[in-house]
Design a protein around this ligand. Structure first.
Ligand code: SAM
Length: 233
């Protein structure tokens, strides 16, 4: 990785773009859980601040940012409903970004990955509230909390967009943001991936969303796109 320095600072420094001597770029987030690496990612100290390198091959949000996502709606202090937490790779970086004043409601139904998520990530970070349920059961898991600023959805299901829309209608504030990862092969293996993404974007538009940006995640993730949309309420 050789010598790294800060190239660009985002959102009050909660995450940064680093650059090395050969001009390769890396993302990194300020570690909210000091000295703990979550998935084997490298850690680096710059100006006395500990950062965790954010791997775009492991986290689709990092891939989208490196592929010029114009605005990351997840910021310091954001309240985020995260669908499909898995073992917590991306959730951990989102937790670094939202920090002390933010909160993440992290939904994951699979006991196999949830155990690792709880032990390694959620139990160590005060800004994460794990919800061990299916996001299709959105009416049951979340009634004790009001609305959130952002819903992030990465669940690789054929009905992934409908699940995200239902969650938004119940828990996303007006003018709040949806970030949804479209795994095109989960929806239709035969259709052109670009067309699948376009159809899902149209579905969002029919349901009171304004599309802000669509980012193709190749070469980091094949047949995946990220849609960033605003919920008009
Ligand atoms: N977002 C994770 C990350 O970047 O670290 C990776 C998520 S992985 C691609 C998809 C996850 O969605 C799996 O852990 C799976 O168990 C979960 N999932 C699948 N169907 C779901 C549903 N109906 N509700 C909530 N989560 C679901």
């Amino acid at each position: 990785m050789n010598h790294l320095s800060i190239h660009k600072t985002f959102d009050n420094g909660s995450f940064v773009m680093l650059i090395n001597d050969t001009k390769e770029r890396y993302l990194a987030t300020q570690n909210f859980d000091p000295e703990k690496s979550v998935y084997g990612e490298k850690m680096i100290k710059l100006n006395d601040i500990e950062y965790r390198i954010w791997d775009p091959f492991r986290s689709k949000l990092a891939a989208a940012i490196l592929k010029n996502l114009e605005t990351n709606p997840i910021k310091e202090s954001s309240a985020v409903l995260y669908l499909g937490a898995s073992t917590g790779t991306t959730v951990s970086h989102v937790s670094d970004i939202v920090g002390n004043k933010g909160v993440i409601f992290a939904v994951e139904p699979s006991a196999r990955v949830a155990r690792e998520f709880l032990e390694n990530v959620a139990s160590r970070r005060k800004n994460i509230i794990p919800i061990l349920m299916d996001a299709r059961d959105y009416l049951h898991y979340y009634s004790y909390y009001g609305v959130v600023d952002v819903i992030y959805s990465d669940i690789a299901q054929p009905d992934q967009t409908d699940i995200a829309i239902n969650n938004c209608k119940s828990y996303l504030k007006k003018d709040g943001h949806l970030v949804i990862i479209i795994k095109t092969r989960s929806i239709d293996v035969l259709m052109d991936p670009k067309l699948v993404t376009k159809n899902e974007a149209k579905k969002l538009e029919r349901n009171s969303f304004e599309i802000i940006q669509i980012v193709n995640l190749e070469p980091f993730d094949k047949d995946h796109s990220l849609i960033h949309a605003k919920f008009m309420g």
